[in-house]
Design a protein around this ligand. Sequence first.
Ligand code: AMP
Ligand code: GLY
Length: 427
Amino acid sequence: MKVLVVGNGGREHALAWKLLQSKQIEQVVCIPGNGGTASMERCQNVPLAVDDFEGISQFALKNGISLVVVGPEVPLAKGITDYLQAQGLMVFGPVRAGAQIEASKAWAKALMQEAGIPTARAAVFTEAAAAKSYVKAHGAPIVVKADGLAAGKGVTVAETLTQAEDAIDAIFQGQFGSAGEFVVIEECLIGQEVSVLALTDGLTIRPLLPAQDHKRIGEGDTGENTGGMGVYAPAPIATPELMARIQTEVLEKTIACLRAKGIDYRGVLYAGLMIAPNGDFKVLEFNCRFGDPETQVILPLLETPLEELILACVQQRLGEMPPISWKHGAAATVVAASGGYPGEYEKGKVITGIDSAEATGATIFHAGTKLNQQQQIVTDGGRVLNVTGIGENFKQAIAQAYAGIKYIQFEGVYYRRDIGYRVLSAE
Ligand code: AMP
Ligand code: GLY
């Protein structure tokens, strides 16, 4: 099989890497891919945009692509699956109607309320004055969310009424483009977050190992939010009892509700959950795709060949598959970021030490990197590399990731030194 992976992050490098471990996969093409996918054997980058559906479809049809795996949410929300399916291609990732579960927070909230899925109390507004009087009536802290895709920047956890009001103004003044036509205001939940990614063929839904990421830039989970500075799996907070409840109270209910709406959802359903100190949980958000960086710790632990699971989803026979099999132990990823991220940063810095880092046994998934004209790997984004360790336990996995990352050098490199502190102290 020749597989096409759409996207250019650490998630897509991990997907390509995992797919290439299978003898069934002859070649992986990444559109557009990054420096890591360009450097793997049997892997090739093609410089097309992720929303150039026509270009992607022509390439796939001309080059004998049997399966397209879509990484990011933007092309899914724009209907890449609908488009490529209409050309006769096999695609993993939900159709546009299904991707609304991530692309519209108001739509997702209505679905959760309709299906009786535990979630934060919320109200949706189409104009600022009503949103502000709701916020005044409920008080701070309170959470203000732009409705649509905002690259992770559309949510404000407001500690004060002024912050909440400013966030409402920013949204209605169009700072998030068409993401700002609605605002969702919801109660502020406390607890620990966990990411439960599940594979579904529209009928059956099976969770992958739960993962927990560190979203803040600074040690001790302080400072600005980022796309994720580190992650580990399986997250111990999601006990087997909790996972069983999430299966029936969230995942199965969601798929049933989507079906009732006539949406045949095949792909990843990712539930971001808040687990309260008393063990109760609520859904914060749904995503319609694999998580990044969660995928970089989940896939190294997956034993069942990934393409078998993906094909079972696309061909709607996930229910016939044996249980998903996992390696024993744990995985952890530490992210090496550009100095200044998540604010301004420079690109084009030459990266050295990747071979030495890999020689320690760590696995390196590239995110914001590319090959320059001299065939050097240079930085090309905020989150640059994901250094992943695997071990019998978190101590070993985290130690391997840190043993690897200390060889990584580029001007301004930054990484957190405390990834996994919660699980290490529990272990
Ligand atoms: P979302 O994109 O909706 O997951 O929001 C991004 C981040 O904002 C989440 O990962 C949480 O850290 C935070 N967040 C979202 N909703 C809430 C909430 N109701 N209470 C507290 N934090 C929240
Ligand atoms: N790790 C958060 C996300 O993929 O949305």
